[in-house]
Design a protein around this ligand. Structure first.
Ligand code: FES
Length: 224
């Protein structure tokens, strides 16, 4: 073949065809359509498979969910048993597990008070049957009540002031009685009681985060 023939006749533009330019037969078109649909379907399934655990990890467990029990430091529980008018800080290992990360353990604490059950029920009727803030678990167990250390206003940590006989929040000045009742400041409710149990000499607490800034106790998360 001459060089001219290979390049084509002068003045004639050559067109380079690709496979997509070929219209193809009806059977071929439907095969392409099938392949395109199948690719989209597989992509959608893979995307959904990735999205579900990611979204699931962002949604806190709440409502009807429940958490695990964590053992409290036994020496501090002993102090609580001997306590009278002073709240005791009780530490425990708070375990958390994110979908894609190994389990983490951090030290957390709660406040424990020793109470006369009858007096406590009289002082805090809001926490018991028929009260405004009834909880789905026993607030008093073995004459002890456990409170979350998280301020129900905006999440700071009230400290116990022995001279004033009350918990005081350093952030905006909310104050709570020994029994966790709201006394002053912007907090919309009293301190949050947490589930507590003692079995075979081991005292356990269940860590629950309640929503800040609202009068009702709305569960944000449980210890998982
Ligand atoms: S966070 Fe405690 S008073 Fe505001």
């Amino acid at each position: 073949m001459s060089k001219q023939a290979a390049a084509g006749a002068p003045g004639v533009q050559r067109k380079i065809y690709s496979a997509y330019d070929e219209p193809g037969s009806g059977e071929e078109i439907s095969r392409r359509q099938f392949m395109a649909n199948a690719t989209l379907a597989v992509g959608g399934i893979v995307g959904l498979g990735l999205a579900i655990p990611i979204i699931g990890s962002l949604i806190p467990k709440g409502g009807s969910g429940s958490g695990n029990w964590a053992p409290l430091n036994p020496d501090e529980v002993k102090q609580l048993e001997d306590a009278t008018t002073k709240p005791i800080k009780l530490t425990f290992a708070l375990k958390s597990k994110d979908s894609y990360l190994p389990e983490q353990s951090t030290e957390e604490y709660v406040w424990g008070i020793k109470v006369d059950p009858n007096k406590f029920k009289t002082d805090r009727p809001d926490l018991f049957k028929g009260g405004a803030n009834t909880l789905p678990y026993d607030v008093i167990n073995m004459s002890f009540v456990i409170f979350s250390p998280i301020c129900p206003h905006l999440g700071c940590r009230p400290v116990w002031n022995g001279d004033a006989s009350r918990f005081q929040c350093p952030c905006h000045g909310s104050q709570f009685s020994f029994e966790g009742e709201h006394l002053a400041g912007p907090a919309p409710r009293g301190m949050d009681p947490l589930p507590f149990k003692e079995q075979s000499g081991v005292a356990d607490v269940m860590w629950i985060r309640y929503q800040s800034g609202v009068p009702d106790r709305v569960v944000i998360s449980y210890q998982s």
